[in-house]
Design a protein around this ligand. Sequence first.
Ligand SMILES: NC(=O)C1=CN([C@@H]2O[C@H](COP(=O)(O)OP(=O)(O)OC[C@H]3O[C@@H](n4cnc5c(N)ncnc54)[C@H](O)[C@@H]3O)[C@@H](O)[C@H]2O)C=CC1
Ligand SMILES: Nc1nc(=O)c2c([nH]1)NC[C@@H]1CN(c3ccc(C(=O)N[C@@H](CCC(=O)O)C(=O)O)cc3)CN21
Length: 285
Amino acid sequence: MKTCDIFKQKTTLSFEVFPPKSDTPIDSIYSTIDGLAPLKPDFISVTYGAGGSGSNATIGICEMIKEKYGIEPVAHLACINLTREKVLFELAQMRAAGIENILALRGDINPNVPPHEDFRYAAELIELIKESGDFNILGACYPEGHPEAPNMVEDIRHLKEKVDAGCSQLISQLFFDNEDFYAFREKAAIAGIDVPIEAGIMPVTNPKTIARMATLCHAKLPKKFLTIMSKYENDPIAMRDAGIAYAVSQIVDLIANDVDGIHLYTMNNPYIATKICSAVQSLFK
Ligand SMILES: NC(=O)C1=CN([C@@H]2O[C@H](COP(=O)(O)OP(=O)(O)OC[C@H]3O[C@@H](n4cnc5c(N)ncnc54)[C@H](O)[C@@H]3O)[C@@H](O)[C@H]2O)C=CC1
Ligand SMILES: Nc1nc(=O)c2c([nH]1)NC[C@@H]1CN(c3ccc(C(=O)N[C@@H](CCC(=O)O)C(=O)O)cc3)CN21
């Protein structure tokens, strides 16, 4: 099933997982998906070397999500370090595995790995995927603007190019201030971007993740968020609960503002995803 068709029926709820890191047993992904599947997400996306981990079990995990759990998978594909030939090989593998949906990304630039010259931007990957078969293509977007973009106008112009190249839906970078998302959504609409935009929500439940959000994602951390996190910095249970509550409050407000869907960055933690879903699951109609 092509995930873009789901938006015609309901507000979507999707999850993101990453392949286990090299120091974690590969089997741990089964307990992650076992824990997430009962929450009945509309789709689950699987990262491709997210955060520079470089591991590549993405296609195998997508196949398992589809075959064993009957949930629609979305395979991430980040092109910055790939040759054109390697991308065509990955696409052939995906087709053989029955994968219909791809999140086409440029990918994070690793300062220690000079980028390959075949792809500079996600739009170039999207063009190639479009030529190479009947895939549904998703893209990423940035409510606060992409950190490398000189300004929001340029970033939205490039986003429009991405949509014109063949993206049928967008997933946003994580953010903690919904007003940034609403302002971005309005600018995108003015630019003629008319595909569904899912809001990316990251439950922040420990200090390590807060630091990561600032460096990897450049997300703005609002005062309200920092206040509640510092209040509980020495109490892991309270901090976890505060992170869950903050994510729930963002989701409720987004739904009240007619968001197309929510994409939950689960960090492979079914306990936290279950807590969040138990508060808001029935709102996804
Ligand atoms: N779920 C995930 O795995 C997500 C990953 N990311 C990461 O975000 C980063 C960026 O990836 P994408 O959004 O796919 O990249 P992109 O290629 O759409 O944009 C990257 C940057 O290049 C600029 N740009 C695009 N086209 C341009 C052009 N023709 N000329 C000049 N500048 C241009 C954009 O404004 C932006 O600053 C990656 O690090 C990606 O891995 C972001 C969100 C979600
Ligand atoms: N620039 C960018 N790159 C990404 O790969 C990316 C985004 N943004 N935004 C959306 C999601 C969020 N991603 C993330 C966010 C945080 C971690 C992180 O904190 N990783 C920890 C390990 C967590 C664990 O194993 O439990 C780390 O230390 O790397 C990883 C991926 C991947 N995606």
